[in-house]
Design a protein around this ligand. Structure first.
Ligand SMILES: [Zn+2]
Length: 257
């Protein structure tokens, strides 16, 4: 399996990061994709990625870190410089997108910064890792402006209904990141997963957030990916091995690893 979304570089793992990584490898996780947030954590992200050859960094500005124009220019200059630097090999522009859950104060700034990062992904021929929270119409509006230009990537932590899945998959060569939410009792996600092809699903944890059952309420870690894998297998009526094999192939193709 590949954990396509792990914030292992966050301070939640400072006390036991080596053990967390060892448990994940033991549980069959063969690679880890690390989405960026903002300049406060880029250095930690890059340090972890350079220490572990099976940890692959992304680069981008997270929507909840988008603020006023001055701050956005400063952050985007860093993202652009790092993406262009020959010292790093990034597997995606991420995580980027729009999040209006906490506040819609910077709605237009988030749309602008997202569009700018879609452009960057095309320029660098990298996929996108897209974060969407309370903002599907905004995200689809931005992506609609790039139709026919070869946009590709993943809607990370996908948790919406089948209608949204149908609209989102029209936006390019798009995959859907399925995480712990699929194991939650009241989740609407299984309905969409049942309709998806196995070839459009990626497994992810979003560690330390969104742990699957039976770890709900605890810190999430990549070893728990097996619970999400098992749940997807149950929904699709195939073996967990089949889900692991196909989603790993999907991840290797999308992120070119
Ligand atoms: Zn994330």
């Amino acid at each position: 399996m590949i954990d396509t979304h792990s914030h292992i570089y966050c301070e939640e793992f400072d006390a036991d990061r080596a053990e967390v990584i060892a448990r994940a490898r033991e549980a069959g996780v063969e690679a880890f994709l690390l989405p960026a947030i903002d300049s406060e954590s880029h250095e930690r992200l890059l340090a972890i990625a350079s220490e572990h050859p099976d940890h692959y960094p992304m680069m981008g500005l997270h929507p909840t870190s988008v603020a006023d124009a001055v701050s956005n220019e400063r952050e985007m200059a860093i993202v652009e410089r790092l993406l262009a630097s020959p010292d790093h090999r990034f597997v995606a522009v991420g995580e980027v997108g729009i999040d209006l859950y906490w506040s819609s104060e910077y709605r237009s700034e988030q749309m602008d910064v997202f569009a700018r990062q879609v452009e960057l992904s095309l320029h660098h021929n990298l996929p996108l890792t897209i974060h969407v929270r309370n903002a599907w119409s905004e995200v689809l509006e931005v992506l609609d402006g790039f139709r026919g230009r070869g946009v590709r990537g993943v809607f990370h932590a996908f948790a919406a209904e089948p209608e949204v899945w149908r609209a989102a998959r029209q936006m390019g060569d798009m995959l859907f990141g399925v995480g712990g939410v699929v194991t939650y009792k009241k989740s609407i996600l299984p309905e969409a997963v049942a309709l998806m092809g196995l070839d459009e699903i990626l497994l992810e944890t979003d560690a330390p957030y969104l742990p699957p059952v039976p770890y709900r309420g605890k810190r999430n870690e990549s070893a728990y990916l097996q619970y999400t894998c098992a749940k997807v297998a149950e929904i699709k009526g195939v073996t967990a091995e089949e889900v692991a094999r196909q989603t790993t192939t999907n991840a290797r193709q999308m992120f070119m690893i």
